[in-house]
Write a protein that binds this ligand. Sequence first.
Ligand SMILES: [Zn+2]
Length: 71
Amino acid sequence: MKNGIEPKILICTECGEEFVFTVAAQQYFLERGYSEDPKRCKTCHTQYKKNQRDNNRSPQPSMAAQMEYPE
Ligand SMILES: [Zn+2]
């Protein structure tokens, strides 16, 4: 049984490509209390986090920075 969660097609704000917010990823987000859909595809998200780490002069824990995709 699925608990009413369906894969969602989202548009990445970074590269403009469609990506799938999978059921597994949605459950992962739910478990961690994230209320917003991811804004970036996994590729851009990974790059974004890398840039944040490289640029970590003023650590400001933001929602986006804390989000992790399940592997
Ligand atoms: Zn992207």
